[in-house]
Design a protein around this ligand. Sequence first.
Ligand code: UDP
Length: 311
Amino acid sequence: MKRILVTGGAGFIGSHLCERLVKNKDEVICADNLFTGTKRNILHLMDYKNFEFLRYDITKELYVEVDQIYNLACPASPIHYQYDPIQTTKTSVMGAINMLGLAKRVHARILQASTSEVYGDPRVHPQTEDYWGNVNPIGIRSCYDEGKRVAETLFFDYYRQHHVDIKVIRIFNTYGSHMNMNDGRVVSNFIVQALKGQDITIYGDGKQTRSFCYVDDLVDGMYRMMNSREDFTGPVNLGNPEEFTMLGLAQEVIDLTESDSRMIYKPLPQDDPIRRKPDIKLAQEELDWYPEISLEDGLKKTIAYFKELVV
Ligand code: UDP
């Protein structure tokens, strides 16, 4: 039995990860300041003796004794990370410093949930881990993108300077239950709009692409990375390489919900990447990982989750 800290553990991905670890019989401390995470996401874990919830903001030092740390804490959707952009950067940067300091003190292995946003609006397609990215340092997405980039820098400096046992993953677009209904992400927006019979909001011409990974696949990849051989630090891309346009996604959601919603067009947000698709060769080779759940199956499960909330 391992003692594991999950920061951002009440969030969308964090809560699924906590569930997996709790069911593994590990001892889980879930730390979350509940800015975007919610207790509802972890209510079903509260009765487990090996699960503990800590309302905590990781921009402050944290003293616990653990064997592993998954550092996920940071608002991840543009609406939320742009609400207080300075706090967003602080969460990534000071959060990384505090968690790395903790890992160093207790000799824990630590995994950083980084993001495909470190590639910015990529000039290389699909994105491989050795691509340095194309990020605007002063735009409205920069608090998130640059915050996560500095966090990666800190991880590798703690690794080189203090020999902390680090793992870095770069998460591409992920969807599934426990997504926040109002966070403006495309999958949740389209599903909720379709279920309510509202217009489906396509930003720009809808021809921009994303690749969507179902959350169970992602959590499996995270777990494999955390438990991979010691000299494999990453960064490693985790995501589903199947690429869809937003128009294609909207049509799939309309079909699966049998909705009579129609599509309407809205302006494209500033710095919205045109294409995004992970190259996951490294994850396949090192972690023997490949996403298994198709967009159709994943959407069906996600639609079932949102149906309970919407109706
Ligand atoms: N998007 C859209 N309609 C929406 C919400 C988002 O067309 O109601 C687009 C958005 O402009 C972007 C893509 O969907 O091109 C994915 O957006 P999301 O915020 O989910 O993720 P990210 O931009 O961080 O990849």
